[in-house]
Design a protein around this ligand. Sequence first.
Ligand code: FMN
Length: 169
Amino acid sequence: MGREFIQTIFARRSIRKYTDRPVSKEDIRTLLEAAMAAPSASNRKPWRFIVVTERRTLDALAEAHPYGKMLYEAPLCISVCGDLTEMEQFWVQDCSAATENLLLAATALGLGAVWLGVYPNQERVAAVRAILGLPETVTPLNLISIGYPAEEKEPRTQYDESRVHWEHW
Ligand SMILES: Cc1cc2nc3c(=O)[nH]c(=O)nc-3n(C[C@H](O)[C@H](O)[C@H](O)COP(=O)(O)O)c2cc1C
């Protein structure tokens, strides 16, 4: 906890190359628990998670996503989706908070991951919906490609003073 957790935040980088090693059921469970611990407007938790480990589904997602070709090598993909059966004004924020928690948990477990944007690109939404068999009421926000890293990236803060305004613009 404390400072060590802040270091995990800086260590989270987009990892797009993976080894063959599969991710254990236990670690997948931890990723999902971290995601579901995120804040959610009125605690409505509209998030749903599609966990994909089957090779042919991973390949189909890789083919469908123009910037998701690393899924051809990834042993695991989790799609964070919003269930919009009822009006969910803040579903994008809720699902994004869950996604960031998942990415940080992946880093803490020694996994590498990258967020692949789906919503609001309607072409990608339709393709992912078809591959994963999502009902019309469920919208995929992203695909998270996950595996044990086969590339190393430096932790960094990206702190930029010019983007900070104190008291007023
Ligand atoms: C909404 C969103 C969509 C993204 N889509 C893609 C994507 O389609 N393909 C990809 O390789 N990376 C994607 N990324 C990852 C960014 O490229 C990455 O976060 C950024 O370059 C900063 O690098 P870092 O994650 O290592 O800090 C996406 C990130 C976000 C937040």
